[in-house]
Design a binder for this molecule. Structure first.
Ligand code: 5GP
Length: 119
Protein backbone atom coordinates (compact mmCIF):
# COMPACT_ATOMS: atom_id res chain seq x y z
CA UNK A 1 0.00 0.00 0.00
CA UNK A 2 0.92 3.67 -0.14
CA UNK A 3 2.28 3.65 3.40
CA UNK A 4 4.69 0.83 2.57
CA UNK A 5 6.12 2.99 -0.21
CA UNK A 6 7.01 5.68 2.31
CA UNK A 7 10.54 6.99 1.75
CA UNK A 8 13.42 5.37 3.53
CA UNK A 9 14.57 6.86 6.78
CA UNK A 10 17.96 7.07 8.43
CA UNK A 11 17.02 3.92 10.35
CA UNK A 12 17.08 1.87 7.13
CA UNK A 13 20.68 3.00 6.66
CA UNK A 14 21.46 2.09 10.27
CA UNK A 15 19.87 -1.35 9.69
CA UNK A 16 22.11 -1.86 6.65
CA UNK A 17 25.10 -0.70 8.77
CA UNK A 18 25.76 2.08 6.25
CA UNK A 19 25.64 4.48 9.19
CA UNK A 20 27.46 3.34 12.32
CA UNK A 21 25.51 2.90 15.53
CA UNK A 22 26.20 1.36 18.91
CA UNK A 23 24.14 -1.82 18.75
CA UNK A 24 23.06 -3.24 22.11
CA UNK A 25 20.76 -6.00 20.83
CA UNK A 26 20.03 -7.63 17.49
CA UNK A 27 17.89 -10.60 16.54
CA UNK A 28 15.98 -11.69 13.46
CA UNK A 29 13.17 -9.20 14.10
CA UNK A 30 14.57 -6.12 15.84
CA UNK A 31 17.66 -3.94 16.13
CA UNK A 32 18.41 -1.86 19.22
CA UNK A 33 21.06 0.85 19.30
CA UNK A 34 21.98 3.86 21.43
CA UNK A 35 20.25 7.15 20.64
CA UNK A 36 22.70 9.67 19.16
CA UNK A 37 21.18 12.43 21.33
CA UNK A 38 20.43 10.72 24.66
CA UNK A 39 17.96 12.27 27.09
CA UNK A 40 19.13 10.01 29.95
CA UNK A 41 22.28 8.04 30.85
CA UNK A 42 20.71 5.02 29.13
CA UNK A 43 18.74 5.79 25.95
CA UNK A 44 18.25 2.98 23.46
CA UNK A 45 16.09 2.88 20.32
CA UNK A 46 14.41 -0.44 19.50
CA UNK A 47 13.20 -0.78 15.91
CA UNK A 48 11.59 -3.52 13.80
CA UNK A 49 13.81 -4.73 10.96
CA UNK A 50 10.82 -4.76 8.62
CA UNK A 51 8.98 -1.48 8.47
CA UNK A 52 6.09 -2.59 6.20
CA UNK A 53 3.03 -0.77 7.50
CA UNK A 54 4.94 0.40 10.55
CA UNK A 55 6.09 3.91 9.82
CA UNK A 56 3.99 4.81 12.85
CA UNK A 57 2.42 2.76 15.63
CA UNK A 58 -1.01 4.03 14.56
CA UNK A 59 -0.84 1.82 11.46
CA UNK A 60 -0.17 -1.37 13.44
CA UNK A 61 -2.59 -4.27 13.02
CA UNK A 62 -2.84 -7.79 14.36
CA UNK A 63 -0.39 -8.79 11.60
CA UNK A 64 2.30 -6.86 13.48
CA UNK A 65 1.62 -8.42 16.89
CA UNK A 66 4.62 -10.73 16.80
CA UNK A 67 7.23 -8.08 16.00
CA UNK A 68 5.64 -5.66 18.46
CA UNK A 69 6.02 -8.35 21.10
CA UNK A 70 9.65 -8.89 20.08
CA UNK A 71 10.28 -5.15 20.61
CA UNK A 72 8.98 -5.40 24.19
CA UNK A 73 10.92 -8.61 24.79
CA UNK A 74 14.09 -6.84 23.59
CA UNK A 75 13.33 -3.88 25.90
CA UNK A 76 13.08 -6.19 28.92
CA UNK A 77 16.37 -7.88 28.03
CA UNK A 78 18.21 -4.60 27.43
CA UNK A 79 16.88 -3.08 30.67
CA UNK A 80 18.28 -6.09 32.52
CA UNK A 81 21.60 -5.94 30.63
CA UNK A 82 21.91 -2.22 31.46
CA UNK A 83 21.04 -3.00 35.11
CA UNK A 84 18.42 -0.27 35.13
CA UNK A 85 16.65 0.19 38.45
CA UNK A 86 13.77 1.84 36.64
CA UNK A 87 13.07 2.74 33.07
CA UNK A 88 10.50 4.13 30.68
CA UNK A 89 9.36 3.02 27.22
CA UNK A 90 8.12 5.71 24.84
CA UNK A 91 6.68 5.58 21.33
CA UNK A 92 6.17 8.99 19.75
CA UNK A 93 3.49 8.97 17.04
CA UNK A 94 3.09 11.72 14.49
CA UNK A 95 4.28 15.33 14.47
CA UNK A 96 2.10 16.23 17.45
CA UNK A 97 3.47 13.21 19.27
CA UNK A 98 7.05 14.36 18.77
CA UNK A 99 7.91 11.74 16.11
CA UNK A 100 10.83 12.74 13.89
CA UNK A 101 11.81 9.45 12.21
CA UNK A 102 9.01 7.63 10.35
CA UNK A 103 10.17 4.08 11.03
CA UNK A 104 8.48 2.74 14.15
CA UNK A 105 10.79 2.88 17.16
CA UNK A 106 10.52 2.54 20.91
CA UNK A 107 12.70 4.63 23.22
CA UNK A 108 14.06 2.80 26.28
CA UNK A 109 15.12 5.48 28.74
CA UNK A 110 16.70 4.93 32.13
CA UNK A 111 19.59 5.62 34.44
CA UNK A 112 17.97 8.59 36.13
CA UNK A 113 14.80 9.24 38.09
CA UNK A 114 11.82 9.77 35.79
CA UNK A 115 9.20 12.43 36.31
CA UNK A 116 5.51 12.00 35.66
CA UNK A 117 3.66 13.45 33.85
CA UNK A 118 6.17 13.88 31.01
CA UNK A 119 6.47 17.19 29.17
P1 5GP B 1 11.50 10.38 17.50
O1 5GP B 1 11.53 11.85 17.81
O2 5GP B 1 11.20 10.12 16.06
O3 5GP B 1 10.64 9.59 18.45
O4 5GP B 1 12.96 9.87 17.82
C1 5GP B 1 13.97 9.80 16.86
C2 5GP B 1 15.25 9.59 17.63
O5 5GP B 1 16.25 9.16 16.72
C3 5GP B 1 15.78 10.84 18.32
O6 5GP B 1 15.86 10.62 19.72
C4 5GP B 1 17.16 11.06 17.69
O7 5GP B 1 18.12 11.51 18.62
C5 5GP B 1 17.48 9.69 17.14
N1 5GP B 1 18.34 9.70 15.97
C6 5GP B 1 18.16 10.44 14.84
N2 5GP B 1 19.13 10.19 13.96
C7 5GP B 1 19.95 9.25 14.53
C8 5GP B 1 21.13 8.58 14.08
O8 5GP B 1 21.65 8.79 12.98
N3 5GP B 1 21.69 7.68 14.94
C9 5GP B 1 21.16 7.42 16.18
N4 5GP B 1 21.79 6.52 16.94
N5 5GP B 1 20.03 8.03 16.62
C10 5GP B 1 19.44 8.93 15.81
Amino acid sequence: GARDAAPETIFDRILRKEIPSTVVHEDAYVLAFRDINPVAPSHVLIIPKVREGLTQLRFATADHAFVLGKMLEAAAKIAADEKLEGFRLVINDGPKGGQEVYHLHMHLIGGRTMKWPPG
